[in-house]
Write a protein of this length. Structure first.
Ligand SMILES: NC(=O)c1ccc[n+]([C@@H]2O[C@H](COP(=O)([O-])OP(=O)(O)OC[C@H]3O[C@@H](n4cnc5c(N)ncnc54)[C@H](O)[C@@H]3O)[C@@H](O)[C@H]2O)c1
Length: 244
C-alpha cells in the first residue's frame, strides 16, 4: 500500500511499543521515517531492520536543543518534513499525596512540554511547504480522569492539539489527537501487572486490550491524506471503554 508515498515522518518514542509499530506501518506505506527515542540501542536496531527508509536520531523529547537537532537531521537526510507523531510518553500511578514535585515536573516535561516543542519546531518546517499533519498521542486519560500527573498531561495534549489546529489551519497543517485505551506495550507490562490487566480487560466492552497495530491504523489515517478534512479533533481507540 502507498498511503504515505513521498512523505517524511518523525515518530518520537519509536524504539518500542506503539511508536515502533507506527514506524513499521509508515515505512510499509511508503514513508521515510525518522525514529527518535532515548533508547538508542532499540531504536538503532529497528531503523536498521526497516532499511534505507528509516533512520534513528537519539532524542530526549523534553529537550529543546534535541528538537532542533532532530528537525535539522530530518531535513539533512530526507529533505522535507510532512508528518510528526508526538508519541513518546511515560506514566506512573502515584497518589496526589505521594508524587514529588520532581516527579511531577518530569512527567510534565516528557508528556506535555515535548508536544509543545515538537509542534513548534515541526510546524515551522511544514509551514514552508504549506501542508502537514501532526498527530499527538494523548490517552483515554485525556478524556476521563486517571492518575494525577499522567491525566493532567494527557488532557493538556488534547487542548494543545485544538489550539495548534486553529492556528496552523492557515498553513494547511492539520493537528489531531489520538486517545488509546489499554494497549499491549511494555508501558502496561511494567512490573507484575498481567493479572491486573486481565481483570481490567473484563470491564472493556470489547472484552480485551488492544495490540499496538490497532492504534497504528488510526495514526496512519490521520497522518495520510485520507483524513484531509479532519483537524483539531479527538480520535478514540479504546474498545468502547469511554462510551460506558
Ligand atoms: N500502552 C497504553 O495502554 C497506552 C494507552 C494510552 C496512551 N498511551 C500513550 O501512548 C504513547 C506510547 O506508549 P507505549 O505504550 O508505546 O509506551 P512504551 O513505554 O512502550 O514506549 C514509550 C517509548 O517512549 C520512549 N521515551 C520515554 N521517555 C522519553 C524521552 N524523554 N524522550 C524520548 N523518548 C522517550 C521510551 O524509551 C519508549 O521507547 C505514550 O504517549 C503513552 O502515554 C499508551
Amino acid at each position: 500500500m502507498n498511503k504515505l508515498t513521498g512523505k517524511v515522518a518523525i515518530i518520537t518514542g519509536g524504539s518500542q511499543g506503539m511508536g515502533a509499530s507506527h514506524a513499521k506501518l509508515f515505512v510499509s506505506e511508503g514513508a521515510k521515517v525518522v525514529i527518535t527515542d532515548i533508547n538508542e540501542a532499540a531504536g538503532t536496531k529497528l531503523a536498521a531492520e526497516l532499511g534505507d527508509n528509516a533512520i534513528f536520531v537519539k532524542q530526549d523529547v523534553a529537550s529543546e536543543a534535541d528538537w532542533q537537532t532532530v528537525i535539522k537531521e530530518t531535513i539533512a537526510h530526507f529533505g522535507q518534513l510532512d508528518i510528526l507523531v508526538n508519541n513518546a510518553g511515560i506514566t506512573y500511578a502515584k497518589s496526589l499525596f505521594d508524587v514529588t514535585t520532581d516527579e511531577y515536573l518530569k512527567i510534565f516535561n516528557i508528556n506535555q512540554l515535548s508536544v509543545f516543542l515538537g509542534m513548534k519546531y515541526a510546524a515551522a518546517e511544514m509551514k514552508k511547504a504549506d501542508s502537514g499533519s501532526i498527530v499527538n498521542i494523548s490517552s483515554i486519560n485525556g478524556l476521563v480522569g486517571g492518575a494525577i500527573g499522567y491525566t493532567d498531561t494527557k488532557f493538556a495534549v488534547r487542548g494543545m492539539t485544538k489550539a495548534a489546529a486553529l492556528e496552523l489551519a492557515h498553513y494547511h497543517i492539520r493537528v489531531n489527537s489520538v486517545h488509546p485505551g489499554v494497549i499491549s506495550t511494555p508501558m502496561i507490562h511494567q512490573g507484575d501487572t498481567d493479572e491486573a490487566v486481565k481483570q481490567f480487560a473484563k470491564m472493556i466492552p470489547l472484552q480485551r486490550i488492544a495490540e499496538p497495530e490497532e492504534v497504528s491504523k488510526m495514526v496512519l489515517f490521520l497522518a495520510s491524506d485520507d483524513s484531509s478534512y479532519s483537524t483539531g479533533a479527538e480520535f478514540t481507540v479504546d474498545g468502547g471503554l469511554t462510551a460506558q
